[in-house]
Write a protein that binds this ligand. Structure first.
Ligand SMILES: Nc1ncnc2c1ncn2[C@@H]1O[C@H](COP(=O)(O)OP(=O)(O)OP(=O)(O)O)[C@@H](O)[C@H]1O
Length: 653
């Protein structure tokens, strides 16, 4: 038969179609359809006429074994091109010289012989050859470069591709398409173990594959999709990267620490959110039948400290501006006198009932010498039922808050270290510019102590006249003593003193009653009452009055970060949220403003934005316009004198 062009089919298809490798006899087609010029042009070794099918089959088998041995060798495989017959793996010998003959240029058997770690059996464990021949196979040890014959090098040396891992890029990068076509599956089967003799003419193993035998070990799992499939069973799969977590919340603006405080105080400030929370008490327990020290505040009535006690165990969300989302325990009066936290200042005494819509007369007789009418008036008018104030509700003032906690609250709430310990302070003076937050801090103290809060203003006391003012003053102290623990907050203290220069009629006339009340109300017989006086003119206090206040703390104007917080809180009430830049500009423009003045500024801006009900959202321009009308009241001179007074008489913090 002559060769015609239709015989010129792709060479790489030819062996599959024309060579029956399972047959021991040459295929007639093989003999007949060989292209005449194939001997010169075809580079397939088995394409020679003088190579029988059996020889070709053996050749294929040997190359398969060699190839398998290369793959299975514990030594590093050189790059494919390094092998003399590398091109053979792609179906054609790249060597321009004619194929030397039916035998390979070097004995294939030697490849496996003498190599440490070589598997027993020439084809053992080469199951990965058909799928990913380069990457399959167990590679239990680091690979060394082999010599030209695939044997071990004299000295182990790492190839450039050795990177400490088994998957050098040169290997991993090869996709299945780039890999050589697998040799016929029948040739890849390992020799049958004893008892598994071939039943067919050549190898007639079950189609499902050769079952794993003890001597050969289990075949590695077939490579599957994904990079993990390239790893042999002996290699750990790479640890997948952890999925990125949810984005961290951006820090709240103006949460940076206060400037201008000492390191010690800064450390205290850092704990402002956490450490001050330890003054969150357990719910007040109901008084025991045998008469617990103080009545429980869990009857839902107002005790004047902002608490509306809840049934025991009912948790309460913090309602403070800072505390949103922070679950806090129920606030309530601590169980004073309890063995774990005795409060020497608030010793056991007859339970005082909570006020019910006005003054609730204690179970005993009203204090002697006190007008019952005034007592009722004081209680009904002075007991404050505002919301509790937490430390976090006071912007800034970190150092002051720490000092109040350490020097006032801790001594009040902890038992004396030893008998004869000095009495804890029961009077504190908070002085500073108007609107700086003195009253706010007084309310916060009442909250922290779980005390009833009674509040009276000096100007209100002085207005009706000296006699009436004195009567009210006494009644307020009496009411506080009747309702321990209690905080009596007297703001504008200077209004009661003679140094007042506005000509108030009662000014000065109330000083003596005040001193008497302070001595009596906070003396030995007045346990359970803390008097908090506030003033913006401490210099007006005479020495006698000043000395009645054991502690004197300066409440300074809010600094930048605190102003930012106060502004944010105030603007939020008007439904306005400025951008960070606008807020920064506003903070810059409100230097010297007190907290009260910042609140006024926002109210002014809201008023400028329109009538209530028709109001449009507040904008930065409204606030800019309001800045022209609202300004800081405290002059530099006032502030200087306050600082001077603090240096001389302040408790320092
Ligand atoms: N540091 C602050 N944090 C939050 N709010 C503040 C702060 N300082 C002041 N305020 C707010 O400003 C307003 C006035 O505060 P406060 O009445 O406590 O000032 P004051 O110093 O007692 O004033 P005055 O001397 O006139 O009695 C209140 O609404 C208060 O909530």
């Amino acid at each position: 038969m002559h060769w015609t062009p239709e015989h010129a089919q792709p060479l790489n298809q030819w062996p599959e179609q024309h060579l029956d490798v399972s047959s021991t006899t040459p295929s007639p087609a093989h003999k007949l359809e060989l292209p005449p010029g194939g001997r010169q042009r075809c580079h397939y070794a088995w394409a020679h006429d003088d190579i029988s099918a059996l020889t070709a089959s053996n050749l294929l088998k040997r190359y398969a074994e060699k190839y398998s041995g290369v793959l299975d060798s514990p030594y590093e495989r050189p790059a494919l091109g390094g092998y003399g017959d590398a091109a053979f793996l792609n179906g054609a010998k790249g060597d321009p010289e004619p194929w030397p003959g039916p035998e390979p240029p070097y004995p294939l058997a030697s490849l496996h012989e003498g190599l440490p770690g070589t598997k027993s059996g020439s084809g053992g464990g080469s199951g990965g050859l058909g799928g990913s021949p380069v990457l399959a196979g167990n590679l239990p040890e680091p690979l060394y470069a082999g010599n030209a014959c695939g044997g071990p090098s004299a000295a182990p040396e790492y190839t450039a591709g050795y990177g400490g891992g088994y998957l050098a890029p040169g290997y991993c990068a090869q996709g299945a398409a780039a890999l050589p076509p697998p040799p016929p599956a029948a040739l890849l089967q390992p020799p049958p173990p004893p008892g598994y003799g071939p039943s067919g003419p050549l190898y007639n193993y079950p189609a499902g594959g050769y079952a794993a035998q003890p001597g050969y070990g289990a075949l590695p799992p077939p490579p599957g999709p994904g990079p993990g499939s390239y790893l042999t069973s002996g290699l750990p799969a790479p640890t997948p990267l952890a999925a990125p977590g949810p984005p961290r919340p951006a820090p709240a603006p103006y949460a940076f620490p206060e400037g201008g405080v000492s390191l010690k105080r800064k450390a205290s400030d850092e704990g402002a959110d956490g450490r001050y929370r330890k003054y969150v008490y357990e719910p007040t327990k109901a008084p025991a039948a045998d008469g617990a020290p103080y009545p429980a505040a869990d009857n839902g009535d107002c005790r004047g400290n902002g608490f509306r006690a809840k049934p025991p165990g009912v948790a309460e969300e913090a309602s403070g501006k800072y505390g949103a989302g922070v679950p806090l325990k129920v606030l309530g009066s601590p169980v004073y006198g309890a063995p774990l936290e005795p409060f020497e200042k608030f010793p056991e005494r007859a339970p005082a009932p909570a006020p019910r819509g006005g003054f609730a007369v204690p179970s005993g007789e009203p204090p002697k010498g006190v007008d019952p009418g005034a007592l009722e008036l004081a209680t009904s008018k002075m007991v404050e039922c505002g919301p509790p104030v937490q430390w976090a509700d006071v912007a800034g003032q970190g150092a002051l808050k720490a000092a109040l906690e350490e020097e006032l609250l801790w001594p009040l709430l902890r038992p004396p270290a030893y008998p004869g310990s000095p009495r804890p302070p029961r009077t504190v003076l908070l002085f500073g510019p108007r609107g700086a937050g003195k009253t706010l801090l007084g309310r916060c103290l009442a909250t922290q102590l779980g005390a009833t809060l009674l509040r009276l203003r000096g100007a209100t006391l002085a207005a009706p006249g000296a006699a009436e003012g004195a009567r009210l003053l006494q009644a307020a102290f009496a009411a506080a003593r009747c309702r321990p623990p209690a905080v009596l907050l007297i703001s504008e203290l200077d209004a009661l003193l003679p140094a007042r220069d506005d000509g108030a009629a009662a000014a000065g006339a109330l000083q003596a009653p005040l001193l008497a009340c302070l001595d009596g109300g906070c003396g030995a017989g007045a346990d359970g009452v803390l008097v908090v006086g506030t003033t913006s003119r401490p210099a007006a206090l005479d020495e006698a009055t000043r000395r009645r206040f054991a502690l004197r703390f300066y409440v300074a104007l809010p600094d930048g970060p605190a102003r930012g917080q106060i502004l944010q809180w105030a603007l939020a009430q008007h439904g306005c949220a400025l951008s960070e830049r606008e807020l920064a500009a506003l903070v810059q423009g409100t230097q010297g403003f007190s907290g009260g003045e910042l609140g006024q500024l926002c109210q002014q801006a809201a008023a400028g934005a329109g009538l209530p009900g028709l109001q449009r959202p507040l904008s930065y321009k409204d606030l800019e316009a309001a800045l022209a009308k609202v300004g800081p009241r405290a002059s530099a001179k006032d502030l200087d004198s306050l600082v001077e007074w603090d240096k001389m008489y302040g408790s320092g913090h």
